[in-house]
Design a protein around this ligand. Sequence first.
Ligand code: F6P
Length: 522
Amino acid sequence: MTHIRCDLTPAWAALKVAFDAGTNRFDLRTAFAIDPGRFERFSQGAPHVFADLSKNLLDVETEVLLLDLARQCGVQEHRDAMFSGEAINTTEQRAVMHWLLRYPPQTPENAAQEATKNVAHELSVVHSTMGAMLAYAQTVRDDESITDVVNIGIGGSDLGPQMTVLALDAFSTTGKRFHFVSNVDGHELDATLRRLRPESTLFLIASKTFTTIETMTNAHSAKAWFAGQGRTDTARHFVALTTNVAAANAFGISTTFGFWDWVGGRYSVWSAIGLPLAIAIGAPGFRDFLAGAHAMDEHFRTTPLETNLPVRLGLLDVWYRNFHRFPSRSIAPYHSAMKRWPAYLQQLEMESNGKQVDASGNALPYATSPVLWGEPGTNGQHAFFQMLHQGADVVPVEFVAVKKARHALEGHQTLLLANVLAQAQALMVGQVDDGGHRNFPGNRPSTFLLLDELSPESLGALIALQEHRVFVSGSVWGINSFDQWGVELGKVLAKNVQTRLASGDAKGLDGSTAGLLARLRS
Ligand code: F6P
């Protein structure tokens, strides 16, 4: 499919003219004062998620132009291509079908559905694999001799399971402890192993490729530790989650759960990579998680652009990045269990859209992915919110708030909700102080995502929302959001440096690397 250069479209030109003529000076306080309907106009319901977009630097005219931009860039056609199983990951010639992992099974009623007519075979394989994975999760849950589950994986093979297991801790119905080892830094594995007994530990080796050096190094060390404790039953205590079953078998693992090359690493929590979550919350919980995501898929696939939440969010991202030129977005989940939410979104957005060429490899003259960063509230308030309120840069903030708590501690939830509302309010309204130090400029934008409760369904929907909004901005920018060539060079150089660290050979190295190498060897 051909991509249209977004900056050459009439909509982009119109946005630029409007921006220079006045929307660059848009003031939220005035906007609310003159439009009592602003909250309703810029609120958007979607499955399990309510979004208040009204505290963004956006008026109706701008949003109309942004929607024109989406149409002129072919976002709908691109979306439909993804949902019909076309190989839209063009640099790797792969389809992009993480959405199929959460598609309900074919029934006589939905068998003829348009949505899966090209991928009916894949769908049936997805469901048989999912059934086997969930049945295995149940046997682990029933096995009282296993007390600790260790996921060894990195990137998408770590962040998805880790973020979701933590976030849904209140739904965990197993007494087992979960550990996540990702870093090749031996301190991490060493500290984990010290707390384990081999006979009660299950290692899940999670790697799409089964070649990632960090994961393989940790997996081999875990296996050596296991054997070093006199254990021989590796087959019972090691499981692989991978598309490369042959490599897992060669490693000595016989229990494997597969997935497919059309599932990107950062989109893989819905596949066998989600096994830790399935063990934690059980098959019904995992199916609810998939159902929440599927509901958001259907919203994205079928809702008109004007009321399509991922579309509205993705276009807002383009507006901020390319017109306001905001370099980053702060992620502020007001739920302590969502502590890995910012890290999860960093991979999702920055590995997908942190690119400077279009899908055909041509250089792009405009900015793409912002930097994402953040911490759960209220902790962030006592660290970097100073800069958000009074710093020299404007950083749009994306709050997530959850209405109902799952604890009974008096007063906490009201205080938490009061804080998230107050922070969004303070960013917008500001405060005038002639003395300077207590002056808050205000007019600082934020998006407010609200869940009724943090549950498997709502978390599934929230993740799928983020996947699709990244798709929308990537699609407008005309980039391939589904490859990650930017991680390759460092991997290649690390191999070379590893040999040099052993030999001391610094021939041909730049002065800095040579100097550091010498110091490290001295
Ligand atoms: O190097 C980047 C990356 O390929 C990510 O995209 C991926 O999630 C991670 O490494 C782990 O890859 P794998 O699951 O193949 O070990």
